[in-house]
Ligand binder design. Sequence first.
Ligand code: CMP
Length: 140
Amino acid sequence: MALERTFSIIKPDATRRNLTGKIIAKFEEGGLRVVASRRIHMTRRQAESFYGVHRERPFFGELVDFMISGPVVVQVLEGENAIARNREIMGATDPSKADAGTIRAEFAESIGENSVHGSDAPETARQEIAHFFSEADIVG
Ligand code: CMP
């Protein structure tokens, strides 16, 4: 399996509780490398555009409000099978269903305030990375 890149967000519930380092340690211990990283406060427009696929979902407004409620850390993670690996390290979207030892099992507060986002497929990863980073920002 070739080296792959995925996109990750450490969400406002986690930055608020000063969990950035603990979460990055989970990625690194799990074999992923942070090859780009920036701490930002998303604008409403950025969040609405990023989560555009969820526009029709009943939780869309709540999701956007939450994502702009504080700083986030946007990152590119690189490693073998990085997209699937990142999803394993994060655990299920709903923290009550996440496996023990995963980020969401340990840190997430609810299905909405679930500490991290990760791309779900190669095409999504490419699009999500391009939302926030240019190729020159990524240093492997
Ligand atoms: P994420 O991986 O960032 O992608 C979409 C997000 O929508 C998801 O994580 C959750 O945080 C959020 N989400 C999914 N389902 C619900 C829900 N039922 N209520 C509120 N937020 C949700």
